[in-house]
Design a binder for this molecule. Structure first.
Ligand code: FES
Length: 160
């Protein structure tokens, strides 16, 4: 069943969410299997996703450069960012495909700018742009605890 909260890695709990109050966000019926929705509370934009492993709530910000993942595509547990082809596994919290801009993954490893298979790697011209790419960090996803109450999805969110 995917209409229950998904487990997520405990070390990826969003700061301040551990003892935060649960807030009602959307009806479960508004989140079909494979669905992505944004819910906004104050200035906090939350992505709700109904994966095969259950419903997850994370910030609606790509861990690369903050694009809204809610307008991306969900394939199983993997959400594809609409901006740079980054792909992130919502069931494990891990990047699946680095963004085309390259950058530093959550483990601190540098990834070059992506280039199509069979083509030679793209050269980064020297300068601030290349330096910015090298220093761009792909952060881990951060999760909010989810519960289902009377057909509603609720998430524990820090006060806005
Ligand atoms: S903002 Fe999502 S991959 Fe760059």
């Amino acid at each position: 069943m995917d209409d229950r909260p998904a487990d997520f890695p405990p070390d990826l709990l969003s700061p301040g969410a551990g003892d935060a109050p649960f807030r009602r966000l959307i009806a479960v019926a508004e989140l079909p299997p494979g669905g992505l929705r944004r819910a906004t509370v104050g200035d906090l934009d939350v992505l709700l996703a109904r994966t095969p492993g259950g419903i997850v709530a994370i910030d609606d910000r790509c861990p690369h450069m903050a694009a809204p993942l809610s307008i991306g595509e969900l394939d199983g547990c993997v959400v594809a960012c609409p901006l740079h082809t980054g792909r992130f596994d919502l069931c494990t919290g891990e990047p699946v495909q680095m963004p085309t801009t390259g950058g530093i993954d959550p483990d601190g490893r540098y990834h070059a700018v992506w280039s199509p298979p069979g083509s030679s790697p793209k050269e980064d011209p020297p300068g601030k742009k290349a330096e910015a790419r090298r220093l761009t960090r792909i952060r881990r996803l951060r999760y909010y605890p989810v519960r289902i109450v009377d057909g509603w999805v609720e998430a524990a969110l820090p006060s806005p």
